[in-house]
Structure formats: structure tokens, C-alpha cells
Design a binder for this molecule. Structure first.
Ligand SMILES: Nc1ncnc2c1ncn2[C@@H]1O[C@H](COP(=O)(O)OP(=O)(O)OP(=O)(O)O)[C@@H](O)[C@H]1O
Length: 192
């Protein structure tokens, strides 16, 4: 696995407001960056630019590998059992053995007992863990995570930190926007 992202001289403006000006960032395979700053400063917007979902006003972004994006909504079918909803996306990602990937991702986020429960019954924190399981099951090289720890209990935050460490150990790259402190060794800090 080899994931990476590089932002070169990136400027981001939204709604006539300058959010990020002449920004540079390089996250190599195995690397991580943590984006912090007050509400409305532009963290999500920057992550969207890194993902290619939003065009920068100036500058450019280079990505290496496949990308998993985790935003506010998990986009898991509320009527489906959790494992089936995750398997749908794992299959879209054209990876081999989606069911095996989903089972491993559910285990990784301690959701195995909820595999057959419809998504609409999940609690806030369980939904967040399900969204993370979707990222894990995607097998993507570059993870872009917007507030992944929001609503998670202490144990789930530790799981998240372990998942990110494991992803990086295999050559994956991670950029996280967060208000909550996360233990991500050697991560580059980006304070907006
Ligand atoms: N589609 C849009 N059109 C115009 N302005 C927008 C749009 N989306 C966001 N903004 C504005 O851009 C600014 C940055 O928003 P963004 O969501 O990137 O902030 P953030 O740092 O992630 O905030 P938070 O910590 O609250 O999640 C805010 O002032 C917001 O109102």
C-alpha cells in the first residue's frame, strides 16, 4: 500500500471568505497530519480540497493511491443490516472479498455483535464507528477523516488511534481534522 498527498501553494476561499492562503503540506506513505483550529476556520474545507471534492482557488493537490473520505454522514443505507450496508461499499471499491474485509473492519471497531442490526438502530457513537469501519473495509491508501473521534467513547478513540497506526505501518497515509486530541505519533500539526 502506498498513500500520500501533497498540497502546493494552496489557497481556499468559500462564500467570499479567504480560509487558507498559500498552504503547503506533504504527507508521505506512512505519514499523518492533524488539522486543528476553531469552528468555521476551514478544516473541513481544506480536507475537501485534499480529497479533490473542492477545487482550490489557487495552487494544486497531488494524491497517490486510492482515497477514503469520512465526513459527517456515513452514507450507510439505514434500512440495511450494518454488515450488508458496509459490504455494498466494500464491493463498490472493487476490492476482493468484500465480506471478509467487512468482517475484519467490524471486528476492528468492535461492531461484530451489531452486524445484523439495521443501520437506523445504531447509536451516535456506533454510527461513527460504522463510518470508520467503512473506511477500513475500503482498503484505500489515503484516509481523509473529518472529526473521526466525534461521539466516540474512550475505548473507541483508542481503537481509532490503533487503526490509524496500523494503516500507517502498511504504507498508508492519513490526514485528520479534529477538535479532540488524538495520539498520532510523528504526525505533522496543521493549526489553522
Ligand atoms: N458551501 C459553502 N458556501 C459558502 N461558505 C461555506 C460553505 N461551506 C462552508 N462555508 C463556510 O466556510 C467556513 C469554513 O467552514 P468549514 O466547515 O471548513 O470549517 P471547520 O473549520 O471545519 O469548522 P468546524 O470546526 O465547525 O467543523 C465557514 O465560515 C463556513 O460557513
Amino acid at each position: 500500500m502506498s498513500g500520500a498527498v501533497r498540497a502546493v501553494d494552496v489557497t481556499v476561499a468559500r462564500g467570499g471568505q479567504l480560509l487558507v492562503e498559500r498552504f503547503d503540506l506533504a504527507v508521505a506513505p506512512g505519514g499523518a497530519a492533524v488539522v486543528t483550529g476553531p469552528n468555521g476556520v476551514g478544516k473541513s474545507s481544506l480536507l475537501r480540497v485534499l480529497a479533490g471534492l473542492l477545487r482550490p482557488t489557487a495552487g494544486h493537490v497531488e494524491r497517490e493511491g486510492t482515497v477514503a473520505w469520512m465526513g459527517e454522514a456515513a452514507a450507510l443505507d439505514p434500512e440495511c443490516a450494518l454488515a450488508d450496508a458496509l459490504a455494498f461499499w466494500a464491493a463498490q471499491d472493487a476490492r476482493a472479498l468484500p465480506e471478509v474485509r467487512v468482517a475484519a473492519a467490524l471486528d476492528a471497531m468492535l461492531l461484530g455483535d451489531l452486524a445484523d442490526v439495521p443501520v437506523r438502530f445504531l447509536s451516535t457513537g456506533q454510527r461513527r464507528r460504522a463510518a470508520l469501519a467503512r473506511v477500513v473495509a475500503s482498503g484505500a491508501d489515503l484516509w481523509l477523516l473529518d472529526e473521526p473521534a466525534s461521539g466516540l467513547d474512550v475505548g473507541a478513540v483508542e481503537r481509532l488511534e490503533q487503526l490509524i497506526a496500523g494503516h500507517r505501518a502498511t504504507g498508508g497515509a492519513v490526514v485528520v481534522a479534529t477538535h479532540q486530541p488524538l495520539a498520532l505519533p510523528d504526525a505533522a500539526g496543521v493549526a489553522l
